[in-house]
Design a binder for this molecule. Structure first.
Ligand code: ADP
Ligand code: TYD
Length: 208
């Protein structure tokens, strides 16, 4: 059986990940490529319950509890969803993965990169994306896009928090130029979708 392929998509809140995953899903279905979208937080029965805890603005979740909950969610999805799908030859696309935790908890919450990386080893045990699409959108553009929407607990954080998340993604993109492909997300959605499709299709065709 041919190998699966593990990709992730990252970006600040409102960067357009959900919009792009809908467009990508349609193309993958049309091309007959077997795929699984893994959503974090969420993505499994346990993950969806953890998502409720994490995103409810009424929950006073402490920073370390927040960090551990994101990793509990990820560990469950790695074991229950991601590894079995990859073993079955599926294209797995994770809507957020450990880069999100490095940016939001490691950088914006100030818990540090080393702690996040240690927990990543425990939770993910070598399950790493071969390629990460980083949808680059400035905090100003995303704030404008999200201004009319009801905010979840993380989205309701102030502009300083979201600026730190953005700077952390920029640092990750600079540190991992081969794995992370930055795409200008401040364009018409169909143009972005065309870029993402070319990258994903090329990687899928070239997988080991
Ligand atoms: P995310 O999942 O990254 O939070 P969404 O896909 O939900 O982002 O998009 C956030 C908001 O921005 C939505 O209202 C969506 O319609 C809008 N949006 C998404 N992509 C674009 C784009 N390329 N240009 C303008 N607005 C966009
Ligand atoms: P998501 O559902 O992707 O929200 P959106 O579609 O608005 O981007 O993620 C919910 C929130 O969880 C988002 O604000 C980012 C945050 N998050 C973390 O803080 N750490 C993490 O490890 C992950 C996966 C997400």
């Amino acid at each position: 059986m041919p190998n699966g392929l593990f990709l992730s998509i990252e970006g600040i809140d409102g960067s357009g990940k959900s919009t792009q995953l809908d467009l990508l899903t349609a193309r993958l279905e049309a091309a007959g490529i077997p795929f699984l979208i893994n959503r974090e937080p969420g993505g499994s029965t346990v993950g969806r319950q953890i998502r409720e805890i994490l995103l409810n603005p009424e929950n006073p979740v402490s920073p370390v509890a927040e960090l551990l909950l994101y990793f509990a969610n990820r560990a469950q999805n790695v074991d229950e969803q991601i590894r079995p799908a990859l073993a079955a030859g599926t294209l797995v696309i994770s809507d957020r993965y450990t880069d999100s935790t490095l940016a939001y908890q490691g950088a914006a919450r100030g818990l540090g990169q080393a702690l996040v990386r240690n927990l990543h080893e425990i939770a993910c045990r070598g399950t790493e994306p071969a390629l990460t699409v980083y949808l680059r959108v400035s905090p100003a553009v995303s704030a404008e896009r999200l201004s009319a929407q009801k905010k979840d607990r993380l989205e309701a954080e102030g502009p300083g928090f979201h600026a730190r998340v953005y700077e952390a993604y920029e640092a990750l993109a600079a540190a991992y130029p081969t794995r992370m492909v930055a795409i200008d997300g401040d364009r018409e959605a169909s143009l972005i979708a065309g870029d993402i499709w070319r990258i994903v299709n090329e990687r899928w065709s070239a997988r080991d």
